[in-house]
Design a protein. Structure first.
Length: 68
């Protein structure tokens, strides 16, 4: 079994659709430059209100990836 060393970064994704979509948006964009992502942890969830309704979600996550 290999020992792994991880580095983590913080990201915030947003979506008009929902929380899961906001997380996926952050991961999709990060994957353009960050390789070997293995886990994420939701650290904060918040939203924007317009006319008494949720206009969009913002979700902050920590993402762990292995160092090559």
């Amino acid at each position: 079994m290999n020992d792994h060393v991880y580095k983590s970064i913080e990201l915030t994704g947003s979506s008009e659709i929902g929380i899961e979509d906001a997380v996926q948006n952050a991961l999709t964009k990060a994957s353009e430059s960050v390789k070997n992502m293995h886990w994420f942890q939701v650290t904060e969830t918040r939203g924007h209100i317009v006319d008494d309704k949720v206009a969009h979600w913002q979700v902050s996550i920590k993402v762990g990836f292995t160092i090559e």
